[in-house]
Design a protein around this ligand. Sequence first.
Ligand SMILES: Cc1cc2nc3c(=O)[nH]c(=O)nc-3n(C[C@H](O)[C@H](O)[C@H](O)COP(=O)(O)O)c2cc1C
Length: 225
Amino acid sequence: MEFETLVQTRRSVRGYKNEPVPRALIDEILSVAKGAPSSMNTQPWHVHVLTGAPLDEVRRRNMEGMASGEKPKRDILTHGAYEGEHRRRQVDIAKKLFSAMGIERHDAERRQDWVLRGFRQFDAPVSIILTYDRVLDPGATCHFDLGALAYGIVLAAWDRGLGAVTNGQGISRSDIVREVAQIPDDEVIMTAIAMGYPDDDFAANTVKSDREPNESFVRYVGFED
Ligand SMILES: Cc1cc2nc3c(=O)[nH]c(=O)nc-3n(C[C@H](O)[C@H](O)[C@H](O)COP(=O)(O)O)c2cc1C
């Protein structure tokens, strides 16, 4: 796909066909994505690709934890609730998704069900767990590097007819992911990316998120025009 078309048509996919993704295709995607830049070419990432029984076990144990009221236990530091502009944008995308899904504002049950879908990694057939070498903590630079890799992964997937969503909820219980996927202790779990063939009948998959106009976040300094 032409680059601009690829970027402009890509969107997060939160409903998947129950169809396995060939390992060779995932490997091809990762081969493209690893072309991402990283600080001093350190390539600080590790990629753990889960499917089948191990992924189902992560989902099941995540759900058990949620049901029994256990707190999230992420490896990475997280901020508190979003406020101001950040909150407004968070609410905007949630409204779009709920509206597409026909979930009413006061329908607490369906809203909760939607949240749980996220913790189940949207029942995607594949979950890609990105980690980095713990020795790089505190890791602002390597977080940046993993962000670049993650974007490469979702774009390369989209280019091949696959959908994906970067899914922080998927690693909210990093301890469970670590245990099931046997991720070594010297790696920090950064994010999950859910991936699979998009279910075209899943309404939320049509949602296109907004972006602010350049004037609201770009400044040009020293230009003549
Ligand atoms: C670091 C990160 C974590 C995310 N975690 C979640 C998540 O847990 N659940 C979810 O539904 N979407 C998650 N997303 C997807 C964002 O909501 C999505 O990228 C954003 O709304 C823009 O929409 P688009 O990807 O369709 O352009 C995450 C995205 C990023 C970059």
